[in-house]
Structures are given as C-alpha cells and as structure tokens.
Ligand binder design. Structure first.
Ligand code: NAP
Ligand code: ZN
Ligand code: ZN
Length: 351
C-alpha cells in the first residue's frame, strides 16, 4: 500500500482537516499520480456536509478536479508514461459493459455502476473512494485524461468538473452560431459555461444575483448581463432563448427562467440544491412546448474532447489558488457567492 496524505471531513459537521491514509499499489492497468492541483467544486461542500443526505460513510476526502503528474504506471499501461501531466475528473470507473458505458456515457451507467472519484463504494479497496484533496491518487488508465500542453495547470483543474458539466449539455443541445444561450449563476460552473458557450459562437446572456459581477461576466465572454432580481431586466428577454443552462446551487423560482425560453426551448439544470426547487408551472412548459432537463458531468471521451476544445480556444478557469489549510475558509466564501471564480488547492504545497 502507498502512504498518502489527505484533507478529510470526519463527519458532516467537522471541518476539513489533514488525515493520513493509504492508496492501493498500482495494478497492471493503473496510473499512480502525484497531485499538483485540485479544484473546489460546490459538490465537495454538499457531500462533505451531507447536504444531499447520501454521505453515510466518513471520513470523506472530496475533490474531483484533479491535475497531476504521472509517478508510475502498471505494466499494461500504454496510454501514459512517467512524467506525463494528466487529469482525473468525477469518475474513476464504471461497469464498462452496459449500453451507456459502451456509448462513452459512463456517468449514466445503466447498472448504477459509476464509481465516483470520492464517496463511492470502491470495489478494489472494499472501502470508499477518496478524492483529490490529497497528495497522490491511483486510477485505472481508462479514466485518466491527457492534459494539453499549452494550458496553465492550476487553471485546467476546474475543467475536469466545471468545464465538462457545462460543455456536455451545450454540445448535447447543439449550441453554436445563431443560438441565444442563457447561463444562470456566475460561480465555478457558470463562469466556465459563459467561456465555453462564447467559444462555441453563441450569443450569451449571463444571469446573476450579484450586480457586482456584471463587468467580470462581460470579460468572461457574456454579450449581455441580467441582474435576475430585477423583473424589468428579465422581462426584456421573454420568449427569446434557445437554451438556458442553470448552475445555481440553491432552490429558486424556475418559472422566472422558463418563461424566457422560445417555443421548443430547453432549460437544463445542473445545480443540485440541498432542498427542492418550488415546482414550476406546467403552463409555462405546455404552451410553448418547452423542456426542463438535467445533465450530469460528461463521459471520459467527451471530457477529453472538452480539454482539447479548451486548448484550441485557450480556455482555462479563472482561479484563486489556495494552500490546503484554507479549504474551510474557501467553503465559507463559496457559500456567500464570493468566488472568482474557482478555488484551486495547490496540493504540491501539502507536505
Ligand atoms: P458555486 O461556485 O457556488 O456557484 C453557484 C452560483 O449560483 C453562485 O456563484 C451564485 O451566482 C448563484 N447562487 C448561489 N446562491 C443562489 C441563490 N440563493 N439564488 C440564486 N443564485 C444563487 O457552485 P458550483 O461549483 O458552480 O456548483 C453549482 C451547483 O452545481 C452545485 O449545486 C453543484 O453541486 C452542482 N454541480 C452539478 C454537476 C452536475 O453534473 N450536474 C457537476 C458539478 C456541480 P451569482 O452570484 O451570479 O448569482
Ligand atoms: Zn464537481
Ligand atoms: Zn455501465
């Protein structure tokens, strides 16, 4: 076994604190990675604090926006070699045989066999998976991504969740030139959504509850910014959107956005609040044949495609790099929507 240092929650109410633990020795198909950077996703906080009710086993070591350097590879690993810079996102394995896995949609594994990077039952260790708030990780080569050479490594880390979670629905709903796209919530996911939708050629409107973020939203690539608390500003966009991507992490009135969609428009929610949204009005859906949809991260193949797209368009996240000792403070700031626009932990400084 390998000795590892992680940053863990020992219960739903305890702060993140250092913890020694063990990783498996790399098997023939495994890649052993020295973690350089790990982004802080709002899902880490939801999980560490058991806000979704599913965190029954502790300790929990969150982190699924991982960039690192390959330290060692198993004897059957052909895709990677020592020294390569690689990424690990939200999944580390899946059943691999069901129709969804075969289509490269491992996140929707039909057998419920997706093994998430943290807080999933780990069939190899018999315990739980531990994420990227740690100094090393061992992952099957098929769930390791190649990091393009031209991008800043700390800024790449958030692409592994925030990037793919916004890229995948934008691709699925065929966003491109001529699309009018709304992005709701300017946090980690939202700021990636704006950058990616802009690079895809869409007309992008940012919806924010924070008037102070207007100038930033424009710099990130928004063509227009709407302060969603202002009904007059919202009204100007009634019935005009092809697609809205809603990244908000808290329950809110979905009708305020559904009525902004055109006939046949779709709002896709990716935010997962701890308690439900008030039910939207069916009238808002029926009268213009609108859809309310959801989307979960993205498959391994699409994640690589997203990284290559970001390399081509020179896209990384806007980040604030912190040492692991500041994770709890970062969580408090994230709850106040005070993130510009993703915290990234410098795991190289964990010793
Ligand atoms: P984040 O950085 O905290 O951003 C969320 C943004 O939502 C905030 O910056 C804020 O933007 C807005 N917001 C927060 N509270 C609000 C409220 N009460 N009313 C309206 N707007 C509010 O979080 P994140 O990391 O981007 O994650 C967002 C959500 O997506 C989380 O629930 C996370 O668990 C989920 N998620 C889902 C997937 C998936 O696969 N579906 C993947 C990753 C994360 P403004 O200040 O601009 O209003
Ligand atoms: Zn995430
Ligand atoms: Zn499967």
């Amino acid at each position: 076994m390998l000795k590892a240092l992680g940053y863990a929650a020992q219960s739903a109410t305890s702060p993140i604190a250092p913890m020694d633990f063990q990783r498996r020795d790399p098997g023939p198909k495994d890649v052993q990675i020295d973690i350089l950077f790990c982004g802080i996703c709002h899902s880490d906080l939801h999980t560490a604090r058991n806000e979704w009710g599913g965190s029954t086993v502790y300790p929990c070591i969150p982190g699924h926006e991982i960039v690192g350097r390959v330290a060692e590879v198993g004897k059957d690993v052909k895709k990677f070699k020592e020294g390569d810079v690689v990424g690990v996102g939200c999944m580390v394995d899946s059943c691999r045989t069901c129709p969804s896995c075969k289509e490269g949609l491992e996140q929707y594994c039909d057998t419920g066999g997706t093994i998430f990077t943290y807080n999933s039952a780990d069939p190899i260790s018999g315990g739980m998976t531990y994420g990227g708030y740690s100094n090393i990780i061992v992952v099957d080569q098929d769930f390791v991504l190649k990091v393009p050479k031209n991008l800043d490594l700390a800024g790449v880390a958030p692409l592994l969740c925030a990037g793919i979670t916004t890229y995948s629905p934008l691709r699925h709903w065929k966003i491109g030139k001529g699309s009018k796209v709304g992005i709701v919530g300017l946090g980690g996911l939202g700021h990636m959504g704006v950058k990616i939708a802009h690079a895809m050629g869409a007309h992008v409107v940012m919806f924010t509850t924070s008037p102070g973020k207007t100038a930033d939203a424009k710099k990130l690539g928004a063509d227009e910014v709407v302060v969603s608390k202002n009904p007059d500003e919202m009204k100007k966009h009634l019935g005009s959107f092809d697609f809205i991507l809603n990244t908000v992490a808290a329950p809110h009135n979905l009708d305020a956005y559904l009525e902004l969609l055109k006939r046949d428009g779709t709002m896709c929610v990716v935010g997962v609040p701890a308690s439900p949204h008030p039910s939207p009005s069916v009238g808002n859906l029926i009268f213009r044949r609108r859809s309310l949809a959801g989307s979960l991260i993205g498959g391994v193949k699409e994640t690589q495609e997203m990284l290559d797209f970001c390399a081509e368009h020179n896209i990384t996240a806007d980040i604030e790099v912190i040492p692991p000792q500041k994770i709890n403070k970062a969580y408090e700031r994230m709850l106040k929507s005070d993130v510009k626009y993703r915290f990234v932990i410098d795991m190289g400084s964990a010793a």
